[in-house]
Design a protein around this ligand. Structure first.
Ligand code: SF4
Ligand code: SF4
Length: 300
């Protein structure tokens, strides 16, 4: 069985305990306006160009048989519908500024890559984290990988937006040691306005995982979206009602902004300034943390 990925990161110290391999799935069912991995959103592979490396020589446009890459008024553009990912432009770029984001991989090959670092997982208490994109969108592929990890004794974690059908949750849950799940807003209308989907399935996913798995809920704190004490309070109250115990607040950052230019896409939150850990800690101080909830602020 094959899946669509866009990156495999070894020796990560984020997204779970110990030393981890992070498997990034390609494709997402939400469109959060602050997303720092825009290359993860579409399931299909797509051309990206590092703007700071490009000298505007125009060779890519000359060799593209599909006319999928072109320059207009000094700016680089791609037409994703026309690009067939043949790689001809990559071969011709003298600056190595071009890349195709996304690739297909057999489940057994993914497992082979994961097992390369088995010894480090054992020594550090680490394992594998399936991230994205949204890994549950490729449910059968994910289940296959999780089952194989169980057979091989590799500890498993998932990083998910929780927008997952209930029947898949119950299949995933017994195969997961840790669940890292986002909740972005308590109000379904505002959640939809900034992410493209309401929060109902995510709320039910948190309820389910909190009852069955070791679960950490993450709240990205985003200017103009959920950065008032009232909005944060509502989120914390809701999470306490859902049975969550561990909550991490992640201050908004701008690390992914340049990737939008590389992919020839607009960044909708361009006017927002990054938040410091101290900003979010000050915001948290204005709330009352419900009993049973442990809330921390981390830098991502
Ligand atoms: S990958 Fe092929 S089709 Fe796509 S832009 Fe490059 S040359 Fe054109
Ligand atoms: S070939 Fe490379 S350096 Fe030249 S315009 Fe295309 S991306 Fe830029």
């Amino acid at each position: 069985m094959k899946g669509q990925l866009f990156h495999i990161q070894r020796f990560s110290l984020d997204d779970g305990d110990g030393i981890r391999t992070i498997i990034f799935f390609k494709g997402c069912n939400q469109r959060c306006v602050w997303c720092h991995n825009p290359e993860s959103l579409n399931r299909e592979p797509e051309l990206s160009r590092v703007d700071s490396m490009c000298t505007r020589c125009g060779r890519c446009a000359q060799v593209c048989p599909q006319k999928a890459v072109y320059f207009a008024e000094g700016s680089f553009h791609t037409d994703l519908k026309k690009c067939v990912h043949c790689g001809k432009c990559l071969e011709q770029c003298p600056e190595s500024a071009l890349k195709i984001e996304g690739f297909e991989m057999e489940a057994e090959e993914v497992i082979r890559r994961i097992l390369k670092d088995h010894i480090y997982y054992e020594e550090s208490g680490g394992g594998v984290t399936f991230s994205g994109g949204e890994p549950t969108l490729q449910g059968e592929f994910l289940l296959e990988l999780l089952k194989r990890c169980r057979e091989e004794g590799v500890s498993t974690a998932i990083e998910t937006n929780g927008n997952t059908p209930a029947e898949l949750l119950s299949k995933l849950s017994p195969l997961l040691d840790t669940v890292l799940i986002d909740l972005k807003h308590a109000d379904p209308v505002k959640h939809r306005a900034f992410t493209g989907a309401d929060n109902r399935r995510t709320i039910e996913a948190i309820r389910y995982y909190a009852a069955h798995n070791r679960t950490e809920v993450r709240i990205p704190v985003i200017p103009t979206f959920n950065d008032t004490p009232e909005e944060l309070q509502e989120l914390l109250n809701l999470l306490a009602d859902l049975g969550a115990e561990q909550v991490v607040l992640l201050p908004y950052h701008t690390y992914g902004v340049s990737k939008y230019k590389n992919l020839d896409r607009p960044y909708q939150l361009a006017a927002a300034e990054k938040l410091e850990v101290s900003d979010v800690a000050a915001l948290l101080e204005k709330t009352e943390i419900p009993a049973g909830l442990m809330v921390e602020v981390h830098e991502k």
